[in-house]
Structure formats: structure tokens, C-alpha cells
Write a protein of this length. Structure first.
Lengths: 609, 355
């Protein structure tokens, strides 16, 4: 074995010496000789003992409070004056200890919260500390693996197959400006040429006429959207400096404790890609596995995508090749990156661009996009159909979000729409991920399913979906929607509880909000991201592999949801024309709170053969 | 090769103005481009906000061409850009100490060798890079590594004591201890390490009984100086310490100084093997005042003129209000130390062991 060291352990604290005892046990097990002093001895006595016993290392522990920093400094001055410092290494441990403080107080090492036994052992043995590979070698996970997509409910499978095949046949004969732009982007926009600054005249000539006037004038005259501005060269340079420096100390720890899942997604979209990148780096450093790009609502209602490294002062970050490129290059290799495409007039093109730039996932759902996000049902059904084809081509799994629940659509209707999208996606060879909401929705506010607890109804959703199909499930987006308040502690706790419930239900992924997301009144703060990431990690640590016990009500509600889904699907199948079913409210009515969108209305045309 | 000069800036407490003194002194010295200056610290400094009070702190700006010995993590977090010339291999909680030359001016977080032995090694290393003057920033509550310097500047002020009478007495005691005379050995010499425990003190009494001079390589804590004051048998003995800093950290300065005065009166001579030049004292009227109702700190000040009057009268050491007077006079003291060193080398062909 390596050299046996003699280590003096001295708690400079009246009571708190448990940490030092644990370190002592670990050092003993590693074969070192331990001398543990009684707590709270005079500093001089500790120094003298270290001299008399000819120790190699002194480890102190102390809770740093008022005046304690001076006390610890004095210990090192005494040790230096007495000649102890020349031969002996001295370390300090405690809850408030940070490297900066240990340095200021004159120690050779500081062991604060999160210190591993291996770290203190390495210090004693005088060798470099090699971090746990779990901290340094995180692998990029995959949300959509490990599921067969086989149906467990034949009646629902049959209805979905009929509905999806009709949609495919209907959409296959149609096109839209969005579909045509996606085709141009797919065929004529070359990533390498774009990176080298080479002009793509053929692309621009074909693309600009398919855009609305505002975007067209960008390609023809270089005029940006009035809400946006380009970054200055100095700002762009500052991003490079930030990324270079961050790379020097970046860690990507795991947020999960003993379970592998759920994969944790954090959302970003401050309007400023540079601020987004700083938020992403914080998310990664606090354990997020994936990040989700939010675009502005005006972008979803605009025909065509701009280019350039641009920013604006509104929620959502503009989707341009430049913005996505800079965000992509900032990501750690282990980070999953989702670019949402689900709700607007650029859905298929966004999938193409995201795929070319290197996204790992996207988001598509024509039911929510047309009932809750303002896009015309006919237009989005056509666009989403082609978006799925590109998702298949660029190997982008996508989630099928059910945010129409937030408008007031009951879960069973939203789920019926989600399953239709998922079946259509499967028929095209895609890997859809089901995204039920874990939220305090208008439906449950009225019907009181969450009057006692938030567990049973959320559990019922998962039980229901699992009784229908073996598909990946990613509650979102974010979890705990409408349970959070402006109180950051409450928000973080609500998120952590919902995350723990997700883990116990064994879902594949979750999206979490920042603690001020619902009430920020502007860009969210980076510290609020840390709030929820830390709270979720603590929830996982607390619950480990234990389980919540949903009541029997959850099973009954799950059966109600399945019956509701089946009934809705039967109505859609009976209707025949899926788009008409959307307009007529079968998947969410005006009474429910769903209004068919108007953006892009009357833009669908028959494809020329 | 010309040996370099190292000076330390020692604060008597947090927020006594070390950083301001350091920055002003660097500005004043930077007018001479032929003087290769380096910067380091025995603590950690240069952060934006005080980690105890949460109040803003002055930052440290380094100019192109300066040298610095700082831990590698400081370079990551600083706006100044340094060209790394050497990795000293000296490890600290902030990483290895690197020797660097500033190639882009900017704010620098400094943390360097935080113990005496490592400071010596870093100073030697800087010397091989042609550095002639190294300025060393102090640390909270620690001063012992400054044994390796040629002179120190004492930064004190309201943050140490807001009561000016108390602050004057404290400062007088500090300067008095640091000014203990250099003495040689007389008669039979007994060597001891430190007096930290009763057992060591008993051993001291035995040895002192049989010797004229007791030479301490370490430290005697205040409690045992006080005990010596009750030992008439020690009269006529000479107690020698390697340097005055070992006396200063013995206990509270006023108590130690008073006890040493009692020993003086008993004809127990307490002296040092080498002196430490006090280049000046800088004062700071600022202190962080705790607000009980809001549970935070607010900036507060004592009367600036009264502070200056009180401290400039308590010793012969020149007193400077840096924000008001600037640091040119202090820089003059530093340059004079450099000249003394050069002159000594010219006349004797060797470096002085005592400044």
C-alpha cells in the first residue's frame, strides 16, 4: 500500500465533529493512523500535539460563524510560527468552507459541502483527486428508447389506425408555404456553405418568395424584424470569452440519485441567445440533462425564418440559423437539445433547420398547435405531417405536448389528440414521446380531482397511457404548471415534489421550470434555475427508490380517462375528416376553452403532381 | 543579479483598506517602467463583493507588463490576461501557483502562496524572472508569512475599532511590538521551540535557569509572557525571537505590549534576530455597520480627520490617508528601500540579512 500517514483530526467546534469522525473512519479503512482529538481544544494545544506526535496531516473541522474566520487564521499563523507548516499539510472542513475561504485563511485545502471521502483521502495521500466518473463522463441519454410502441388496448389501436391513415392520405395531397419553405431549406440550404459565409443565391431566390413581406425584405434588402437587433462584434466576442473560460471548469453532474430516469429538461428562451447560453451552462452545471429552445410567439405567426445572430427584448429566442448554431456549439456533449417546432407557421422548416444544425429532439403536435396556440387546424395538420417526415429523415424524436389542457381542455380529449399524432408519427417511422401535463389544470380546478392531493390525478394520467400503449412518457411542460407561485421556495418545492412523483412513476423524462418562471415579469433569473434544479436533486436524494402510494381513486380516474379517450376517438373516426373534427371541437371545444387558430388560414393548397 | 525587494501589506482586520493601499501603491510605482513589479497575495483578494458583509469591495487592476504569482483558478475568473511563464508546482486550494506576465490589463483576482515556506519559494521564483519588487497582499487575521518580506505597510482603521482611543492604543502596541530591538546572544544560550503548553513552559524555566540567553525558534503565547512577568528569577535574561512577527501573533497586541513592558522593567530583555521595516501605516475611516433590523451591513465611517490625527500621533511611523493623499509618499518609501538594498549591495557585495 502507499505510505501510511499519521493524521491528526481536530474538531475546533464545541459539538459538531461528526464529519471529521466520518473522514477518520474512511482514512482508517484506507490504512492510515488516526489521532482524533476531543472537540474544542485550545488552538495552541492542537499545534503542540501535532508537533509532539509528528503527524503528516492535520484536518480541522469547524462551522464557520461570527469571528471564526479569524480563529482559523490564527491557527495557521500559530502553526507557521511554531514550525509545523513546513512539514505538515493542514486542511479544513465545514459547511461554509469554500476554496476561496480556505485559501484566505491559510489552509492547504478546504472541504465544503459535497466533499467526497475520496477527496479527503487523496489530500492526505498527496495525490491528485480524480473526480467520480459519474461527474465527468455523463453520457447523452435518449428519451425515446426502451419502448416497443405496442398497443395494449386493441379498440383504441384500431380507431387510431383508421384516423391516422386518413390524415396521411389527406395531407399527402396537400401543401402550404411552410411545407414548401421546408423543402427549399432541406434541398438548397447547405450548412457548410452557410458556415463559410458563402452566398446561397439559389436558396435565397427560391426561399424569399415563400416568406411574408417582413422576412422577404430581410433576404432582399437585409432589413431585420423591427423587434430585433444584431449582436455587436464585442458582444459576440464576449460570448467566446465566456465559453472558453467556462470550459475550463465545467462539470456536468448527474441530478438523479439512484435511479437512471427521469431525464431532466430545463427550458430557455430569454430572447437573448447569449443570455440563453449562460442559462444553459448553469442548467448543465447543476445537472440538467437536456435543454429546450423556446421561440417567441410572433415567430410562430410569421411566415419564414430570419437569419443572423440576433436578439430582442421579448420572451422566446428567435429561431435563426445563426442563433441555433451558437447555442448548439455551447452545449456540453452530454446535453440533449430540443428545438420546438410544434405550434406555428414554420413547423416543418424548423425541424429541417434543427436537424441540419444538430438538435437531438423536436416537438410536434397539430392538435395543441391549432387548438391552443393560434395556428389554423388545416394548415398545421398539413405542416405537421411533413414535419414528421423530416423528423424521421433527421432522426429527431419528438414529444407530443398536450398544453391544450391549460386552456381548459380535459385530459382525455388532449390525450386523444396526442395519441392520434403519435400514431401518425409511428406510421411514418418516427419516435414520438407522449407528453401529458403534470399540472393544476382548469379541468381539475373545476372537477376537484386535486382538492386533496396532486398525486392521484397525475398518476391516473400515467396509468391510463400505459394501459393503452408502451411508449416513452415525458410529463411537462413544465411539471407543476399552475401550482407554482411568485414565492421561489414554494415554486421550487412544488417542482421537486412533482419531479419525485415522476421518478416514482418511472417516466422517461420531465421538464422543469425555474422558480420564478411563472412570475418573472421579464427574463427569468439564473439563480431561479438553480433553485429548482437543486430542489429536484434533493427530492431525488430524499426519495431514492421508494414509492408514493396513489389511492384507488387514481385507478378509477385512469379508467375514466381511457374511456374518455376511446369515446373521443370514436367521434373523430365517425366524423371522417380529421380537420373538420378539430374545427368542430371534438378534440377540445370552445366551451372547454379551445379555439381553432387563424394564423395561416386558407394557405393550404393541393399539391401538383 | 540584483536581489529583489518584497513588501507586504498587512491589514489589522477586514476592510482596513489593504486593497486600496495596494492599488494606489501600484499606480504610484507604475510610473517607472524600468522597475519590474510583481503582485501576489498570501490570502484571496480582488472579488467584487465581501463574502461576509455582502458590500462591494474595491477591485484590483493590473497593468500590462506587470508580473503576478497567482493560483490557476484566479486566472480563469479574472478579466486581466496573463501569459503563464512558469508553474511553480506549489499547490493551494485555488490550484497551483503560476508565474505570469500581464499581457492585457484588467481586473485580477489574486491568491498566491498562503504560507511562509511557499511565499519564500515564490519570491525566489519571481526573482529568476527579473522581478525587482514584489508587493504582497495580506490575508484576514494572518501575518506570519510576511517574515519573508523586507518591509511591511500596516493598514488599519475603523474596521478594527471604531473607538479612536482604542484604535490608537492598539496601533501603538502593534508598532511597538514590531519595533522590538535587534539583540545578539549573550552568555550561555539555550534553544527552545515554542511555548504553547504548560509542559513546554516548565521546560523553559528549567533551561532559562541555566542560561543567559534563551533563543526561541517558534512562538511564546501571551499567557506565558504573562507568567514570566511573575518570575523574578528571569531578571537579566535575554529572550531572543527570530523576528518581531512571532511576538505580534503571541496574543492581543495591547496585552502583549504591556507584558513586554513589564518584562523590560524586570530587566528581562526581549529582542529579535532581525527587524522588519515598517514602511508606513495607511488608515481607512470606513467600516461595515451591522443593521439589526435588516440583518445586513451598511457602509459607515468615522471622522476622517480625527482618525488621521489620532493615528499619526501614536508613533513615528508615517501615516497616510491614501484616498486623500495618494500613495506617492508611500511609493517613495518603497523606492528608498530598493535604493538602500542596491547601495548595500554596492558597498558590501552582499545582500543585507537585516533591513
Amino acid at each position: 500500500m502507499k505510505d501510511r500517514k499519521r493524521v491528526l483530526l481536530a474538531p475546533i467546534d464545541p459539538v459538531h465533529d461528526i464529519g471529521l469522525k466520518m473522514v477518520g473512519r474512511s482514512l482508517s479503512e484506507a490504512g492510515h493512523e488516526i489521532i482524533l482529538l476531543a472537540p474544542d481544544l485550545p488552538l495552541e494545544e492542537i499545534v503542540q500535539t501535532a508537533l509532539d506526535k509528528h503527524v503528516d496531516v492535520v484536518l480541522l473541522s469547524r462551522t464557520v460563524g461570527y469571528g471564526v474566520a479569524e480563529l482559523l487564521s490564527r491557527f495557521n499563523d500559530l502553526a507557521d510560527a511554531a514550525g509545523l507548516r513546513d512539514q505538515v499539510k493542514i486542511g479544513i472542513g465545514g459547511m461554509a468552507i469554500r476554496p476561496e475561504l480556505a485559501q484566505e485563511l491559510g489552509f492547504d485545502a478546504g472541504f465544503g459541502p459535497g466533499t467526497t471521502m475520496e477527496e479527503s483521502l487523496a489530500f492526505v495521500e498527496g495525490r491528485p483527486y480524480e473526480k467520480d466518473v459519474r461527474l465527468t463522463q455523463k453520457q447523452r441519454p435518449c428519451v425515446a428508447q426502451g419502448h416497443s410502441y405496442e398497443y395494449l388496448n386493441d379498440r383504441i389501436r384500431g380507431l387510431l389506425e383508421v384516423i391516422a391513415s386518413r390524415i396521411a392520405a389527406w395531407a399527402e395531397e396537400r401543401t402550404s408555404p411552410g411545407v414548401e419553405r421546408a423543402r427549399v431549406r432541406d434541398e438548397l440550404w447547405d450548412m457548410d456553405k452557410w458556415r463559410s459565409g458563402e452566398k446561397m443565391a439559389e436558396f435565397e431566390a427560391a426561399y424569399a418568395p415563400l416568406c411574408e413581406a417582413l422576412v422577404r425584405s430581410y433576404y432582399q434588402k437585409g432589413v431585420l424584424h423591427p423587434k430585433t437587433r444584431r449582436f455587436t462584434a464585442e458582444e459576440a466576442d464576449s460570448l467566446n470569452t465566456f465559453l472558453t473560460r467556462t470550459a475550463l471548469f465545467m462539470n456536468t453532474p448527474r441530478i438523479q440519485h439512484t435511479l437512471e430516469k427521469p431525464i431532466i429538461f430545463n427550458q430557455y428562451g430569454t430572447g437573448c441567445p447569449i443570455m440563453d447560453i449562460t442559462h444553459i451552462k448553469v442548467s448543465e452545471a447543476w445537472g440538467a440533462d437536456g435543454v429546450v429552445h423556446f421561440d417567441p410567439s410572433w415567430g410562430a405567426r410569421t411566415e419564414g425564418l430570419f437569419d443572423g445572430f440576433i436578439t430582442h427584448s421579448e420572451d422566446g429566442t428567435v429561431i435563426t440559423p445563426d442563433n441555433l448554431f451558437h447555442i448548439h456549439r455551447s452545449l456540453e456533449p452530454s446535453t440533449l437539445w430540443q428545438v420546438r417546432a410544434h405550434r406555428g407557421l414554420n413547423t416543418p422548416e424548423t425541424v429541417v433547420l434543427a436537424g441540419k444544425i444538430g438538435a437531438h429532439m423536436t416537438k410536434i403536435n397539430f392538435c395543441y398547435g391549432s387548438l391552443g396556440a393560434g395556428t389554423d387546424p388545416e394548415r398545421l395538420t398539413v405542416d405537421a405531417y411533413y414535419a414528421m417526415k423530416y423528423a424521421k429523415k433527421y432522426d429527431l424524436p419528438f414529444d407530443v405536448v398536450t398544453n391544450e389542457e391549460l386552456c381548459g381542455v380535459p385530459a382525455y380529449k388532449a390525450f386523444a389528440g396526442m395519441l392520434i399524432v403519435a400514431q401518425l408519427a409511428r406510421s411514418l417511422g418516427c419516435r414520438p414521446v407522449l407528453q401529458p401535463l403534470f399540472c393544476y389544470s382548469p379541468e381539475v380546478m373545476i372537477s376537484k380531482q386535486m382538492e386533496d392531493n396532486y398525486i392521484d390525478f397525475n398518476a391516473a394520467k400515467i396509468i391510463a397511457l400505459r394501459s393503452i400503449i408502451d411508449a416513452p412518457i415525458w410529463p411537462g411542460a413544465p411539471i407543476a404548471f399552475l401550482t407554482q407561485t411568485e414565492d421561489r421556495v414554494q415554486s421550487s418545492a412544488a417542482t421537486a415534489f412533482h419531479a419525485s412523483l415522476s421518478a416514482m412513476l418511472g417516466v422517461d423524462a420531465i421538464s422543469i421550470a425555474s422558480s420564478d418562471e411563472a412570475y418573472s415579469g421579464g427574463p427569468i433569473t439564473v439563480s431561479s434555475k438553480v433553485d429548482t434544479l437543486r430542489a429536484v436533486a434533493e427530492g431525488f436524494r430524499f426519495h431514492g427508490r421508494s414509492k408514493f402510494m396513489p389511492s384507488e381513486t387514481a385507478t378509477r380516474w385512469a379508467e375514466d380517462i381511457v374511456r374518455g379517450i376511446e369515446s373521443v376517438l370514436a367521434s373523430v373516426a365517425e366524423k371522417g375528416n380529421f380537420v373538420s373534427a378539430l374545427y368542430e371541437g371534438i378534440l377540445g371545444s370552445r366551451e372547454d376553452g379551445a379555439y381553432p387558430g387563424r394564423a395561416g388560414a386558407h394557405t393550404v393548397s393541393k399539391r401538383s403532381t | 543579479m540584483m536581489r529583489q525587494v518584497a513588501i507586504g501589506i498587512a491589514g489589522t482586520a477586514k476592510n482596513t483598506g489593504k486593497t486600496t493601499t495596494l492599488s494606489s501603491l501600484m499606480d504610484a510605482l507604475n510610473t517607472d517602467s524600468s522597475l519590474r513589479i510583481a503582485l501576489t497575495s498570501i490570502g484571496y483578494d480582488g472579488e467584487s463583493f465581501d463574502n461576509v458583509t455582502g458590500l462591494p469591495k474595491p477591485r484590483i487592476t493590473v497593468r500590462e507588463g506587470m508580473y503576478a504569482a497567482v493560483a490557476e483558478r484566479c486566472m480563469m475568473f479574472s478579466r486581466a490576461q496573463l501569459e503563464v511563464l512558469e508553474d511553480t508546482g506549489i499547490h493551494t486550494p485555488m490550484g497551483n501557483i503560476l508565474i505570469g506576465r500581464v499581457v492585457r490589463s484588467g481586473k485580477l483576482i489574486i491568491s498566491g502562496p498562503n504560507k511562509r515556506k511557499d511565499l519564500r519559494a515564490v519570491l525566489d521564483c519571481l526573482e529568476t524572472h527579473g522581478v525587482r519588487l514584489t508587493i504582497i497582499d495580506g490575508a484576514l487575521g494572518r501575518i506570519l508569512p510576511f517574515v519573508e518580506t523586507d518591509g511591511i505597510i500596516v493598514a488599519t482603521g475603523a474596521s478594527r475599532f471604531t473607538d479612536l482611543n482604542l484604535l490608537s492604543a492598539d496601533t501603538r502596541a502593534i508598532l511597538h511590538i514590531l519595533g522590538r530591538p535587534v539583540l545578539n546572544e549573550l552568555g550561555k544560550v539555550a534553544d527552545l521551540g515554542s511555548l504553547l503548553t504548560d509542559r513546554a513552559y516548565s521546560e523553559f524555566l528549567l533551561k532559562a535557569n541555566d542560561a543567559r540567553t534563551v533563543r526561541f525558534s517558534g512562538i511564546v503565547i501571551q499567557k506565558y509572557f504573562a507568567a514570566m512577568a511573575n518570575e523574578p528569577g528571569l531578571a537579566g535574561k535575554r529572550l531572543l525571537f527570530t523576528d518581531p512577527l512571532k511576538l505580534l501573533i503571541s496574543g492581543m497586541p495591547q496585552e502583549t505590549d504591556e507584558t513586554l513592558s513589564v518584562l523590560d522593567q524586570m530587566s528581562v530583555e526581549v529582542g529579535v534576530g532581525r527587524s522588519l521595516r515598517i514602511l508606513g501605516m495607511t488608515i481607512n475611516p470606513y467600516y461595515p455597520r451591522y443593521r439589526v433590523n435588516r440583518q445586513d451591513y451598511e457602509p459607515a465611517y468615522v471622522d476622517r480627520d480625527a482618525l488621521f490625527d489620532a493615528l499619526s500621533q501614536c508613533s513615528d511611523v508615517p501615516c497616510f490617508d491614501i484616498l486623500r493623499q495618494g500613495a506617492s509618499a508611500l511609493a517613495g518609501s518603497v523606492l528608498s528601500l530598493l535604493e538602500d538594498r542596491a547601495e548595500h549591495l554596492r558597498t558590501t557585495g552582499s545582500c543585507p540579512s537585516i533591513c
